[in-house]
Design a protein around this ligand. Structure first.
Ligand SMILES: NC(=O)c1ccc[n+]([C@@H]2O[C@H](COP(=O)([O-])OP(=O)(O)OC[C@H]3O[C@@H](n4cnc5c(N)ncnc54)[C@H](OP(=O)(O)O)[C@@H]3O)[C@@H](O)[C@H]2O)c1
Length: 336
């Protein structure tokens, strides 16, 4: 089969389109002929050597949708021919509070979805929502399960609450905005781009702040009615963590699912204990989180937001676009 293989850490040019052996299913596994895959920031972290446990060569890619073409066990043969979307969380384990020690994300160390075929446990197959194309379905898995767990399972966002979602161009951030809005929350967003703020407004955000602007915090407070926000959903990290803590109302919740700009230095701990804040970490999601998230798309409560679709041979350009934070929503790879 054809695949995009990363042999060495470095520039997007290190993603090579080449022939690799077809995967073969073991017991409990299936082979999916992929029609579409999608990028996540994780893929860029891995390519640039900023991710733990890198093993090379590897086929990147956590998101994928396609058709099942083979299974390892006869008992699973009813899956053959079905259109599916893949849950990229491998071996979450039995504790819904936290993933198991053997938890992995498809696309490292296990070969991922930048390929014509992928091998995946049958329990990770979910029927593709009939209302979605393969490209739309591939835009969902990793970002939306992360967003669902951050907003619903961990953040417990309620109707009428004010929620700040940071770095709104990101795939997870867009899904978090949509999910929080669908719950009846008032969502405020941040971005480095005024155009992305407008696009977020069209998706239901009540307002937004460009993080390059001075006094952005005051704008967020006034959008939130003067007091601050109930919940922050953040993956920007760094100084944004401090600002988010500052912007929370007493009793507020901070949900952290990433640290794109690094660790938070100079954290003012007094604000956390004095305001009785709750800081929650969130990573990926359980199979139950994944099912509940997928239902939002099946019921058309929310729709995938696709930034662009490119042939998977052009994965290098797609990586450049993500690295430069040009995207709004998901960058999808079409697989011929
Ligand atoms: N814990 C988990 O399970 C999990 C799952 C998925 C992702 N993550 C993490 O969450 C983060 C976002 O992932 P993603 O796939 O959604 O990434 P993405 O699509 O690349 O989005 C990242 C967004 O962050 C904002 N950003 C980038 N550089 C920034 C800077 N210097 N200052 C402020 N904002 C900046 C940009 O928003 P604007 O363009 O609007 O400015 C960008 O669009 C990554 O750090 C990723 O590793 C964690």
């Amino acid at each position: 089969m054809k695949a995009i293989v990363l042999h060495e850490i470095g520039e997007p040019e290190n993603l090579r389109y080449e022939d690799v052996p077809d995967p073969k299913p073991e017991s409990g596994e299936a082979i999916v002929r992929l029609r579409a895959a999608a990028l996540n920031r994780r893929d860029v972290w891995i390519r640039t050597g900023k991710y733990a446990g890198i093993k090379l060569p590897v086929i990147l890619g956590s998101d994928g949708a396609g058709e099942v073409v083979a299974v390892g066990n006869v008992k699973d043969k009813s899956w053959i021919g079905r259109s599916v979307v893949i849950n990229p969380t491998l071996e979450w384990g039995n504790d819904p509070r936290v993933q198991s020690p053997t938890f992995r994300i498809l696309g490292l160390p296990d070969n991922g979805t930048y390929a014509q075929f992928v091998k995946i446990p049958v329990i990770n197959l979910f029927p593709k929502p009939a209302n979605l194309s393969f490209e739309e379905a591939a835009a969902i898995p990793l970002a939306s399960v992360t967003a669902y767990r951050a907003v619903v399972t961990r953040g417990q966002v309620q109707a009428g609450e004010t929620v700040l979602v940071t770095g709104i161009g990101g795939g997870v951030a867009v899904a978090a905005l949509q999910i929080a809005h669908s719950l009846g929350a008032n969502v405020i967003v941040t971005s480095g781009s005024d155009e992305k703020l407008e696009r977020a407004h069209a998706l239901g955000a009540i307002g937004g702040v460009n993080y390059h602007a001075e006094n952005g915090g005051n704008t967020v407070r006034s959008l939130a009615g003067g007091e601050g926000v109930d919940v922050v959903i953040d993956s920007v990290g760094g100084e944004m963590f401090n600002r988010g803590i500052d912007l929370l109302k007493p009793g507020g919740r901070f949900v952290s699912y990433g640290s794109t700009t690094g660790n938070a230095g100079n954290l003012t701990l007094r604000r956390i204990f004095w305001k009785q804040l709750t800081v929650l970490g969130s990573t990926m999601g359980t199979p139950e989180d994944f099912s509940a998230m997928l239902r939002l798309y099946e019921r058309k409560t929310i729709q995938p937001v696709i930034d662009s679709v490119v042939p998977f041979e052009h994965a290098r350009e797609a990586h450049r676009r993500m690295e430069q934070a040009q995207q709004f929503g998901k960058i999808v790879l079409r697989i011929g």
